[in-house]
Design a protein around this ligand. Structure first.
Ligand SMILES: Nc1ncnc2c1ncn2[C@@H]1O[C@H](COP(=O)(O)OP(=O)(O)OP(=O)(O)O)[C@@H](O)[C@H]1O
Ligand SMILES: [Mg+2]
Length: 375
């Protein structure tokens, strides 16, 4: 192929890309930019002088990083690990929150001849705030356990709430689920004021907290436990005799949930016989049975060994596909791996917020963790 032929092909490619309404970039096997469309520059606010053929992928990424579009660590990961060589590029999907609050879905696809295509879609509207607190405050006899917290949780994101012991994380959860009453402030869920709603009403609206409902009955089997949760969701009384047909249908539903959390082969075990990590998976299954839209997880990997931590992490990622997750988690590896957004609390107040790469470099956050047990 002559240089002219190659240039002609690139022109055809370019003409095609201009018709795509998402932002698109195409990099060749040498990681050189060979195609783009105007949308990508509009969407990411990039100056058009970056739209030069032959600009290297790493330069493109670093330019973004310098503008604060990524934490420095993210860029190193993307450039050095994911695409050290174009042929190592793997399909990936991530959601980036830009400094201006815009949420961009980034999808990377390898090309058969090496190189890759990346598309960028603005999904900000789809990720509006599903939960918002305003001035949320809880005072225990003059002590401010939660002090003027404005928490904003975006739809279908994994949002982590972290901070040293006693920061007020669990108290925030207790306030959100109306387990305790706020001293001051407002809580809105999908735009509705739920500050004074009952815990039951909140659960019915789709906010379910795991590891608190204690819906695991030790002497029932794993399947029966999930079935009880399903009966609750369907508003069935659990004590009365039900036609076998109905129970079978519930069993099918229960088994599907058990497969989802990797417990299908434990279905006939008594819950008490499950190893610890599997018990937490069962708790997640009973929570999922209620089909929550917003799932609150308080320290899902607490007390787990390495293998269980990995399993629960993957499970959370899987169940997060169609819902919003707000989790308190002390294991920062899990937080880094799972969450798109992190709120750091200290002494009842929000100390910092942002993606992991930013928050983990924040001086105040580092100092807060220095004085605590877990770093
Ligand atoms: N019912 C209560 N009465 C009095 N003080 C309380 C009550 N509940 C919590 N607190 C206090 O409020 C503060 C915040 O507690 P909280 O349990 O919310 O912290 P946390 O961030 O969840 O900590 P940890 O990481 O240890 O779980 C602590 O100082 C705690 O002692
Ligand atoms: Mg706690």
């Amino acid at each position: 192929m002559t240089t002219d032929d190659a240039a002609a092909q690139l022109d055809v490619l370019q003409a095609g890309l201009d018709h795509i309404d998402q932002g698109v970039t195409v990099f060749d096997a040498d990681l050189r930019l060979v195609g783009w469309n105007r949308q990508v520059f509009d969407l990411l606010d990039l100056p058009l002088d970056l739209a030069r053929r032959d600009i290297h992928f790493s330069a493109f990424m670093r330019y973004n990083a310098e503008r604060g579009e990524y934490g420095a660590g993210d860029v190193d990961t993307l450039v050095d690990i994911r695409v050290e060589r174009a042929k190592d590029f793997k399909p990936h999907y991530m959601e980036r929150i830009r400094p201006n609050g815009q949420v961009i879905a980034v999808r990377g696809t390898p090309l058969p001849g090496g190189g890759f295509v990346t598309t960028y879609t603005d999904i900000t509207e789809d990720r509006d705030f599903v939960l918002e607190t305003e001035g949320l405050t809880k005072e225990f006899k003059g002590f401010l356990a939660v002090n003027d917290v404005n928490l904003k949780v975006r739809r279908r994101m994994i949002h982590a709430l972290i901070g040293p012991n006693g920061a007020g994380k669990t108290t925030v959860f207790n306030l959100l689920t109306r387990f305790i009453k706020a001293t001051a402030g407002r809580i809105a869920y999908k735009g509705k004021n739920i500050t004074n709603a009952s815990p039951d009403a909140i659960a019915a609206m789709g906010i379910v907290r795991s590891f608190q409902i204690s819906s695991v009955f030790p002497h029932l089997t794993v399947r029966e436990n999930v079935r009880v949760a399903l009966q609750r969701k369907h508003g069935m009384d659990t004590h009365f005799w039900r036609p076998a047909r109905e129970l079978n249908q519930l069993n099918d539903e229960a088994d599907a949930l058990l497969s989802q959390v990797g417990l299908r082969k434990f279905a006939d075990f008594a819950a008490v016989e499950l190893p610890y990590g599997r018990k937490r998976a069962l708790e997640i299954a009973t929570t999922l049975a209620l089909d929550p839209e917003l799932m609150l997880l308080d320290e899902p990997t607490q007390g787990m060994g390495h293998e269980d931590v990995g399993r629960i992490t993957e499970l959370i990622r899987r169940v997060a596909a169609r819902r919003t997750i707000l989790m308190v988690e002390h294991n920062l590896g899990v937080v880094a791996h799972l969450s798109s957004w992190i709120t750091v609390m200290q002494r009842g107040a929000i100390l910092a917020e942002g993606p992991y790469a930013d928050v983990s470099r924040n001086r105040d956050v580092i100092d807060a963790y220095m004085g605590s047990a877990h770093v």
